[in-house]
Design a protein around this ligand. Structure first.
Ligand code: IPM
Ligand code: MG
Length: 399
């Protein structure tokens, strides 16, 4: 038994020194990249696996068309990045193979199709999730997930911390004995500060009045306690923004409380709580397929669908019927992030008109519904329809 304890202590020592050097890196953070100063913005399109390549193809088509002029002038360049498939990752035994990572780091932003996340016993080697690895490698610390239901006055923006918490060393837990398994939860001052500050800065910039901080600091005293303490400090720098603190359990319940839920505006929370709460919020909006997700860092950013790679659809030959809306929404968020706000607004409107209002093309995920290609065509036509604004106004007025 002693031997196991010593081994476990050594492994824990390794985790601690890795995290301490990470903290040192965080202390020397760079400034935010300014895309307007770049000669060329390189956008990497990562197909991923499962239904990824299908929905990515449709997203690529619409983005190329929207940015036609910028591509012609050389301001924007699209590159395709292959090899972030589960087959290639399993063969190389790496969550992001080295050559793929190099290609990704050559881009300013990427739009990523879903990638299968292996779990113990599913037949694939139990490598770390490609999403999680990319968030850590590129230091994409802010997972920004907006959820809007205009008819109910709901306009939530979640700022989920994206590099720490149970995810930071989620693949480095220790089986101390066959009965005792230990994982580690990492929360740093620097990591908390930057995500909480991003949430407050967003509230300030967008004219929101309140930030809600979500933890379980009454029970998880050390790590969540730190997160809450830092929130207190950051909030004092934004006296005009109100803030409150909720525990994750009651917060989860309150998102279902129709009388209260539209009082929440910007929410900031550690990684795992954010993972869970944003799925709930997306479901309230109309399903996880309706939401996009932005992974923002100071130098790189990655945009992705909030859902998984749906291997079952591929096995059953239904991948051609996969709904690209979530990835296209992520594409619109990317356009906004890059400063192409006019194009982004068009795309947001077109996705809403096609998917929630006009619904001329209906997808069911099966052969009795439209294919991804049909939906892509419909979306392109709608985006470039000179009547788009009117249609969208009609949609909004009927809510
Ligand atoms: C998400 C996903 C990922 C996560 C998985 C695929 C690792 O659920 O982006 O929310 O847990 O972060
Ligand atoms: Mg999730």
């Amino acid at each position: 038994m002693n031997i196991n304890i010593e081994e476990a202590k050594n492994k824990f020592g390794v985790v601690l020194s890795e995290q301490l050097s990470r903290v040192e890196k965080l202390k020397k953070e760079d400034d935010w990249i300014d895309y307007s100063t770049l000669d060329t913005i390189i956008i990497g399109m990562i197909g991923g696996d499962g239904i990824g390549p299908t929905i990515s193809r449709e997203t690529h088509r619409i983005l190329e068309k929207l940015l036609e002029n910028q591509v012609k002038s050389g301001k924007v360049k699209f590159v395709d990045i292959e090899g972030l498939t589960i087959e290639n990752r399993a063969e190389k035994l790496k969550s992001i193979p080295d050559d793929v990572l190099a290609e990704i780091m050559n881009c300013n932003v990427t739009l990523k199709g879903p990638t299968h996340t292996p779990e113990k016993g599913d037949g694939w080697p139990n490598i770390e999730s490609a999403n999680v690895a990319m968030r850590k490698e590129l230091d994409l610390f802010a997972n920004v997930r907006p959820v809007r239901i205009p008819a109910e006055g709901i306009d939530w923006t979640f700022f989920r911390e994206n590099t720490e918490d149970l995810y930071a060393v989620g693949s480095q837990g220790i089986d101390v004995t066959s009965d005792l398994a230990i994982d580690f939860r990492v929360i740093t001052s620097q990591g908390s500060e930057r995500i909480i500050d991003a949430a407050f800065a967003h509230a300030q910039k967008t004219g929101k009045s309140k930030v809600t901080v979500v933890t379980k600091a009454n029970v998880v005293k050390t790590t969540d306690g730190k997160f809450l303490e830092i929130a207190n400090d950051v909030a004092s720098r934004y006296p005009e923004i109100k803030w409150d603190s909720w525990y994750i359990d009651i917060m989860t319940a309150k998102l279902l409380d129709k009388k209260r839920r539209n009082e929440f505006e910007v929410l900031v929370l550690p990684n795992l709580y954010g993972d869970i709460l944003t799925d709930e919020a997306a479901e309230i909006q109309g399903g996880v397929g309706t939401a996009g997700s932005a992974n923002i860092g100071k130098k790189f950013s990655m945009f992705e669908a909030i859902h998984g790679s749906a291997p079952r659809m591929v096995e059953e030959g239904r991948d051609i019927y996969a709904d690209p809306s979530s990835l296209i929404r992520a594409g619109a968020m990317m356009l906004d992030h890059l400063g192409f706000n006019v194009e982004a607004a068009k795309l947001h409107k077109a996705v809403e008109v096609c998917g929630m209002y006009e619904k001329k093309v209906i997808m069911t995920g099966r052969s009795d519904g439209a294919s991804s290609r049909d939906f892509g065509d419909y979306l392109i036509d709608t985006t470039f329809d000179s009547n788009l604004d009117n249609k969208w106004q009609e949609y909004i007025s009927k809510l």
